[in-house]
Design a protein around this ligand. Structure first.
Ligand SMILES: Cc1ncc(COP(=O)(O)O)c(C=O)c1O
Length: 398
């Protein structure tokens, strides 16, 4: 099997300044930004320096509205249902805080819950006395929809949370299937789309979720320090609001009263790093212009080549051999020091992520292996990148 790259993808690679300096297989951490994203941020910073921060935002208010429209298009939403946040975890916390949990309320969650999300749920358990019930998984790692149906009937939960693509493997959960079960039982449903956002087409209507959280810096290729929360019309019309609003999310009528603003903006803060948001919006526009169906198709080719090559690499084992796994590939080498191998790769400017068990303590593959090196390619990885990575991994264990 050979790995080739068409002129179209080569052009996009040429648009990626970092590709000349590093071999980057850390897109599930933070991708290399394309040139237009960097320029968008520089342009706004320059304007802030020249005319002032408040004045720059006022002058570009129409373009700020476009940021929302471009981001909404990535997930099939309307701009009014998007709140900009500091990161995905922040988005998740704001959404959770809007649900008036009472002692004994049940939240159903999968094994794949991201550690920070799980910490937030445990904090609610500690403070309020909610109960977390685990949704069973099929052998594929996806949520077992029949078992979920039984659990929802039995537990009548307040909320179901799911992760579209989890952090420590390429398993893609059937979030639309879960959404269907939640709708049947009329249960609130929240999806962590941090890793799927920007790597595949997403339609929040089809997923039928109430909340969807995502981050800028991963497969979408935006800058660090921004995220978003999609909030459904049902949540907005039911009047849910985050626990702590500021004067962007709410209007203070007098000393005693406030009311939340219309739309998802009630989940936002007043202060924003506008230059970063322009980068976030530019990354969305860039992805929309390529087309997320094309991104997904190219990533499938990249993923197929890399997974097959890693499976053949002596000394290494791919931990998630599930059907339909996406390009987040956890690998493990028995009796080796994973952290030391990762340091060695870093010294060679080959970027990956070392995942100790503590990052994903509910992932059965990591529990068994103890650690993984996460390889997460993107469409801009070249045949030379592949050779460099596979060569370095081979040498590391020989
Ligand atoms: C599945 C998943 N959810 C949430 C997050 C958290 O994203 P952020 O760091 O933007 O809060 C990550 C980060 O790696 C993730 O992989």
């Amino acid at each position: 099997m050979t790995f080739t790259m068409s002129d179209d993808w080569r052009r996009l690679r040429a648009d990626t300044p970092g590709a000349a300096h590093v071999v980057h297989f850390n897109n599930a951490g933070a991708a290399l930004m394309p040139g237009p994203v960097v320029v968008a941020m520089q342009k706004h910073l320059q304007l802030e320096a020249e005319i002032g921060g408040y004045e720059a935002a006022r002058e570009r208010s129409d373009e700020i509205a476009e940021i929302y429209a471009n981001l909404a298009a990535v997930i099939g939403a309307s701009a009014g249902n998007i709140a900009l946040t500091a990161n995905a975890t922040d988005a998740y916390a704001r959404a959770l805080s809007s649900i008036a949990f009472k002692r004994g309320d049940v939240v159903v969650a999968a094994w794949s819950e991201y550690a920070s999300n799980q910490i937030q749920l445990l904090s609610l358990e500690k403070r309020i006395g909610i109960r977390i019930v685990r949704a069973p998984a099929l052998a594929s790692g996806q949520t077992d929809l029949d078992a979920l149906d039984v659990i929802l009937k039995r537990e009548q939960p307040r909320l179901v949370v799911a992760v579209h693509v989890n952090t420590s493997s390429g398993i893609v959960d059937d979030v639309a299937g879960i959404g269907g079960v939640c709708r049947r039982h009329d249960v609130l449903y929240m999806v962590d789309g941090c890793q799927s956002f920007g790597q595949m087409p997403i339609d929040v209507e089809e997923i039928a979720c109430d909340f969807f959280s995502a981050t800028s810096r991963k497969f979408l290729r935006g800058p660090r320090g921004a995220g978003l929360l999609y909030v459904s019309d049902r949540i907005l019309s039911d009047g849910l609001e985050p626990m702590f609003l500021d004067l962007r999310g709410a209007e203070l009528e007098d000393e005693q009263r406030y009311h939340p603003v219309q739309g998802a903006k009630r989940f936002e803060d007043w202060e924003f790093p506008y230059a970063v948001l322009f980068g976030f919006g530019a990354a969305a526009a860039y992805a929309n212009q390529i087309g997320l169906d094309r991104v997904e198709a190219r990533l499938a080719e990249v993923n197929q080549y890399l997974r097959a090559s890693l499976q053949r690499l002596p000394g290494w084992r791919v931990l998630d051999e599930g059907v339909g796994a996406c390009p987040i590939i956890p690998i493990h080498a028995a009796a080796q020091d994973g952290a030391a191998i990762h340091r060695r790769l870093c010294a060679q400017r080959i970027n990956t992520t070392y995942i100790p068990k503590i990052w994903a303590p509910m992932d059965p593959r990591l529990i068994e292996a103890g650690w993984a090196i996460r390889i997460s390619p993107h469409y801009y990885n070249s045949p030379a990148d592949m050779d460099a990575l596979l060569g370095a991994l081979g040498e590391a264990v020989s």
